[in-house]
Write a protein that binds this ligand. Structure first.
Ligand code: ADP
Length: 445
């Protein structure tokens, strides 16, 4: 049935199996015993919890020792994150039969001491013994013999998509080479506000050629190989590309133009080459080159080194273009400051302008970035007005505003003792973010 969910850690319900396996923080939820009986679920059975936006998560259930009225599903913060749900939001829980995973790819969130593959068998035993549930974005923990504390792993992929680790499951370990921790919070379409039309357009430009290249063969046309997103900074160009990559399960590689350029003399080209090689090896991939204008200015504008850089970039790009399942996305806020050669057919030949959000877009973005915040109900109902007041704000500006409001709430609560309060690590549970905090933040941003 329809159950409201509550926000609570389920830590006290973790326990050890076999003396060395843990239940992952994110894979347990609590439901009252009578709802469980109605649904025909035993304690430790598996439910699929889904949001109204259709995001789902498999969780093991335990009977809630403090049932609420009306009944609710208690979810850990980690589960809320994977579901992209706010506390108090309506969710559904239904009984499911889980199948055993064939292959699960995990990313360790802490550095491992030995080579990655040497841990794979031990992990299979631990996770299989604990019958860990797996789904992209979820965390699993395991107490490896090399470590004193449980090590966290993020599920990068699993076949089938939602499954349980069993004796025949193959565990594969991988790290994302360039940006460890970048996948720590998997950005999805639910995190992108006010860009519905752009999401559809980028999807068509990226998803179709990567996932269904035969469509283009059939029509005898060249699929898009590269896209240029332009628009002011902070409107979500990078955010959108990352969400697309995650949603379609493509490998995402992030290149920051100015940063890669400032890497040691002569290293730029080698760095780019190795990134492009990784893109090919891990295809389907999306390579995002942020602030592309930094590495590809019009050639007449540049000194000797940069000119060589531009030529190198072009030849590397042309190498990528020949790959069916790699797409390059460049972002810039100065499309006129780009080498026109980059935009010739077969290179970054599609363009999309991403502008600042409308009032409706700003409201969506505010909702997204206050989702994990303890907002007072009055402040919640005031968000539409705040959206109207923030004309000209970009997504990045709104993120700042929300953060500033949160900090103000903390300061208001703790006064000069903020550091002591933060250091004590408790007693912040009853701090709420109010309309005043938001107004204050508006004055500051
Ligand atoms: P750009 O690439 O256009 O400069 P980013 O994608 O880096 O902008 O945006 C910076 C941050 O601002 C993002 O990480 C995200 O948290 C937030 N943001 C920007 N636009 C949006 C949006 N449309 N919806 C939700 N969050 C956004």
């Amino acid at each position: 049935g329809d159950l409201d969910e509550d926000h609570e850690h389920t830590d006290e319900h973790h326990h050890h199996d076999h003396g060395h396996s843990h239940e992952a923080t994110s894979d347990v939820c609590m439901i009252d015993a009578s709802s469980l009986a109605t649904m025909g679920i035993d304690d430790k059975g598996v439910v699929e919890v889904s949001t109204t936006r259709g995001r789902t998560l498999l969780l093991r259930v335990v009977a809630d020792p403090h049932p609420t009225d009306p009944p609710s599903v208690r979810l850990s913060r980690a589960a809320l994150r994977v579901l992209k749900a706010a506390s108090g939001e309506a969710v559904q829980a239904r009984k499911v039969q889980v199948t055993q995973a064939k292959r699960v790819v995990l990313e360790p969130l802490a550095p491992l001491t030995r080579g990655l593959t040497t841990y794979e068998d031990e992990l299979s035993d631990i996770l299989g013994g604990g019958q860990a549930l797996v789904q992209v974005g979820m965390l699993v923990t395991a107490e490896l013999s090399d470590f004193r504390r449980p090590v966290y792993f993020r599920v990068l992929s699993s076949s089938p998509e939602q499954a349980v680790v069993g004796p025949d499951t193959r565990i594969v370990l991988r790290t994302s080479m360039l940006s460890p921790g970048a996948s720590a919070n998997l950005v999805t379409f639910d995190d992108v506000g006010g860009l519905d039309k752009e999401v559809d357009q980028v999807r068509e430009l990226i998803e179709t050629p990567l996932m269904y290249p035969h469509v283009y063969d059939h029509l005898g046309i060249n699929p898009p190989r590269g896209i240029l997103l332009h628009g002011p900074p902070g409107v979500g160009k990078t955010h959108l590309a990352r969400a697309i990559a995650n949603e379609i399960g493509a490998h995402f590689l992030y290149v920051n133009g100015p940063e890669i350029l400032s890497s040691v003399q002569g290293g730029t080209e080698a760095n780019l080459r190795s990134i492009f090689e990784e893109a090919m090896e891990s295809a389907p991939s999306i390579v995002l080159i942020d602030e592309l204008d930094a590495i590809a200015p019009p050639r007449r504008d540049t000194g000797h080194t940069d000119a060589r850089m531009g030529t190198q970039l072009l030849s590397l790009l042309d190498g990528l273009v020949s790959m069916e399942d790699v797409i390059v996305v460049g972002t810039t806020n100065r499309p006129e400051a780009l080498d026109p050669a980059l935009r010739r057919p077969g290179r970054l030949d599609r363009e999309l302008l991403i502008g600042p959000p409308s009032v409706a877009g700003r409201l969506e973005i505010l909702r997204i970035h206050t989702r994990g915040m303890p907002l007072e109900p009055d402040a919640q109902t005031w968000l539409p007005e705040l959206a109207a007041l923030t004309h000209g704000y970009t997504g990045a500006d709104l993120v700042n505003l929300a953060r500033e409001a949160g900090l103000h709430a903390l300061r208001r609560h703790a006064g000069p003792g903020l550091r002591a309060l933060a250091a004590s690590g408790h007693d912040t549970a009853h701090v709420l973010v109010t309309q005043d905090d938001l107004l204050h933040a508006l004055g500051q941003t």
